[in-house]
Design a protein around this ligand. Structure first.
Ligand SMILES: NC(=O)c1ccc[n+]([C@@H]2O[C@H](COP(=O)([O-])OP(=O)(O)OC[C@H]3O[C@@H](n4cnc5c(N)ncnc54)[C@H](O)[C@@H]3O)[C@@H](O)[C@H]2O)c1
Length: 262
């Protein structure tokens, strides 16, 4: 079996709450491939869980960063510059939309909720990439996580779908900005996976069941499969791929119609 060896490489993973987080799925694969890891978490209440999760990772670095706080973001990258000097990989696994914006009709989204969802879920990638750029001296890569609702209407996903569209467009523009330095930027578009963020989407369980019945593979994707795609896109095996949104969704997005059971 072809092995991916990332020993000597350094990765920052932003957005891990617990072992079900997709950021953790990618982190676990990066760790298994030999990369040194740093994590950022949103706030004090998430620190204990992340400390427990990462106890067995040697030399791990943990930072508290709310991505709406420019000062916290800058402090993180300043400390990484001191400690590591350079960075190889950035994993962005962050999204948020206020619950009322996902409960009703998209047309009713308030200005504040729209701005919050776009700021946290899309602009944060741009801000993090900008801070990371001076450290990405050896090429390397950035991966973020997106969802099919960026492309097609998924009822209830509402403003988060618009945020994911902005995120995917940002991946393309960032790939252009950073491509000359040999830095690749890609998005992993994952099918529904049970995580804290997913469970906060109204009707998530309905979506979850439907995907398994409609997708060509007739099942859901596993956390590990999302992790594998993240690892692949960051690794030299994906050396010619940038600006791309790659699906890991058991093929759901290729279906145009569901005829139900025969
Ligand atoms: N779970 C799914 O079905 C699914 C499918 C496709 C894409 N995604 C995407 O995967 C990414 C990770 O989500 P997840 O499903 O693993 O859930 P999760 O709840 O484990 O992770 C979301 C993370 O975003 C962080 N976050 C939210 N607001 C923040 C802020 N202001 N500052 C810093 N961090 C903040 C949370 O603290 C959390 O760690 C998200 O972008 C999500 O949209 C998830």
């Amino acid at each position: 079996m072809l092995q991916i060896d990332l020993s000597g490489k350094r990765a920052l993973i932003m957005g891990v709450t617990n072992r079900r987080s997709l950021g953790w799925s990618i982190a676990a694969r990066l760790h298994a491939a030999g990369a040194e890891l740093a994590f950022s978490y949103q706030g004090e209440r998430l620190k204990g869980e992340l400390e427990k999760l990462t106890t067995d990772i040697p030399n791990v670095r943990l930072y508290q960063v709310d991505v709406t706080r420019e000062d916290e973001l800058k402090a993180l990258f300043a400390d990484l510059a001191d400690a590591w000097g350079s960075l190889d990989y950035l994993v962005h696994a962050i999204a948020f939309a206020p619950r009322p914006a996902m409960d009703g009709r998209y047309i009713e989204t308030t200005r504040d909720d729209w701005v919050t969802a776009l700021e946290v879920s899309a602009y944060s990638l741009v801000a993090a990439a900008r801070e990371a750029e001076p450290l990405l001296t050896e090429g390397g890569g950035i991966v973020t996580l997106t969802y099919y609702a960026a492309e097609k209407v998924v009822p209830k996903y509402n403003v988060m779908g618009i945020a994911k569209s902005a995120l995917e467009a940002s991946v393309r523009y960032l790939s252009y900005d950073l491509g000359k330095k040999g830095v690749r930027v890609n998005a992993v578009s994952a099918g529904p996976v049970k995580t804290i963020a997913a469970r906060s989407i109204p009707g998530f369980m309905k979506m979850f069941k439907r995907v398994a019945s409609m997708s060509p593979l007739g099942r859901h994707v596993e956390h590990e499969e999302v992790g594998n795609l993240g690892l692949f896109l960051l690794s030299p095996l994906a050396g010619g791929i940038t600006g791309e949104t790659v699906y890991v969704d058991a093929g759901y997005h290729v279906m145009g119609m569901d005829l139900g059971e025969d």
